[in-house]
Design a protein around this ligand. Structure first.
Ligand code: B12
Length: 254
């Protein structure tokens, strides 16, 4: 057995010390170039809720639209945080703090985007059973609402039966499901088969890091989509009469 003297070494638990550049330096090159939008993305990156609201207020005064600020400012900041987290340059608490700042910003934009509001149709959003990652789902929900859809947000870790019951009751034009964990993907298949059993052929658009196009194509009602911003476009297409096959042709990548 090796005899270790703990006074002779340090536990290297901090991956940040092994990187040449600080995350702030890396992020600097990734932020959007427009000065106002950039300040919002930086505030999300810093997890500074007050600065997020200040940045949004200035942007609105400058004539920018809440939806544009969600897509180009808030989400851009969060994307950079996710990228640096994946690269091991940021920690989970960094992600959570930034996500909270982004959600505050989204709520602020929601209050401001009263422009819309004759409902174009009903949509149900959810995070699959077993999965609690709900930040992306919140973004999808806000984008759909901002585009005039009446969204029933079922929340996270939603049991399959609850999803199906909501569809039977609400008869939405579409479902938007999120999964970030590969282990939770089978819930989509269960939703699909139970809907078909009830003779309901509503498109189930699915996204989030764990979902792939091949997976979504593997079940009858599945549509794959990567970008939250495309979800309202899919809903608009459904209103013009597109069915699942047609949606796949337009929105699938290959
Ligand atoms: C934040 C986070 C958490 C937070 C979640 C807080 C919350 N309320 O959501 C906490 C700390 C709670 C957490 C817990 C866990 N986590 Co976690 N988590 C993350 C992390 C770091 C970021 C996710 C995130 O919010 N990103 C920002 C948002 C904006 O992005 P998003 O959700 O992907 O959404 C975007 C797109 O996907 C898309 N989108 C989302 N939904 C939809 C829907 C449609 C229809 C469309 C088109 C698009 C779309 O639009 C959004 C905007 O671009 C990821 C790492 C990563 N890089 O993803 C790990 C990650 C998802 N977690 C992981 C794991 C394993 C866990 C835990 C099991 C850890 C543990 N051992 O306890 C638990 C899960 C418990 C459970 N039962 O769910 C793994 C999953 C691995 C896998 N592939 O299976 C990841 C990938 C980390 C890793 N690399 O290992 N986590």
């Amino acid at each position: 057995m090796i005899d270790l003297d703990s006074s002779q070494f340090v536990v290297r638990y901090n991956v940040r010390v092994e990187k040449d550049m600080a995350p702030e330096e890396v992020a600097k090159n990734l932020f959007p170039s427009d000065e106002i939008i950039r300040s919002i993305a930086v505030a999300v990156f810093d997890g500074d809720e007050d600065a997020v609201i200040d940045g949004l207020t200035i942007a609105i005064q400058a004539g920018m639209k809440p939806l544009e600020l969600i897509n180009n400012g808030l989400m851009a900041g969060m994307d950079i945080v996710s990228t640096l987290y994946d690269d091991g340059m940021l920690y989970l608490p960094d992600v959570i703090i930034s996500a909270q700042a982004m959600i505050e910003g989204i709520d602020h934009c929601k209050k401001l985007s009263k422009e819309v509001h004759k409902s174009k149709g009903k949509i149900v959003t959810f995070v699959v059973e077993g999965d609690i990652h709900d930040i992306g789902k919140k973004i999808v929900t806000v984008l759909l609402r901002a585009k005039g859809y009446d969204v029933m947000d079922l929340g996270a870790d939603v049991p399959v039966e609850q999803v199906v019951a909501a569809v039977i009751k609400e008869r939405p034009i579409m479902l938007s499901g999120t999964a970030l964990m590969t282990t939770t993907l089978p819930a989509f298949n269960d939703v699909n088969s139970r809907l078909l059993k009830a003779d309901i052929h509503v498109p189930v658009v699915c996204g989030g890091g764990a979902v792939t196009q091949d997976f979504a194509s593997g079940y009858e009602l599945g549509i794959y989509c990567e970008d939250a911003e495309d979800v309202p476009k899919i809903a608009d297409s459904i209103l013009t009469g597109f069915d699942v096959q047609h949606l796949r042709k337009v929105f699938h990548k290959h």
